[in-house]
Design a protein around this ligand. Structure first.
Ligand SMILES: [Zn+2]
Length: 52
């Protein structure tokens, strides 16, 4: 089981139980909730740059 860091809120998220995922610059990001995914999708550069 792989755990990823939600780049928006910093929570640890299991890939399988994540609320959603987005791909940005060939990296897939996982989110704890739809609202985190929406924030990321609205401004991916801001979040992807912080949590690599
Ligand atoms: Zn989150």
């Amino acid at each position: 089981m792989a755990t990823q860091t939600d780049p928006v809120c910093g929570m640890q998220v299991d890939e399988e139980s994540s609320a959603g995922a987005s791909e940005y610059k060939r990296t897939t990001y996982y989110f704890c909730s739809q609202s985190c995914k929406q924030k990321f999708d609205a401004n991916p550069e801001q979040y992807a740059g912080q949590a690599r």
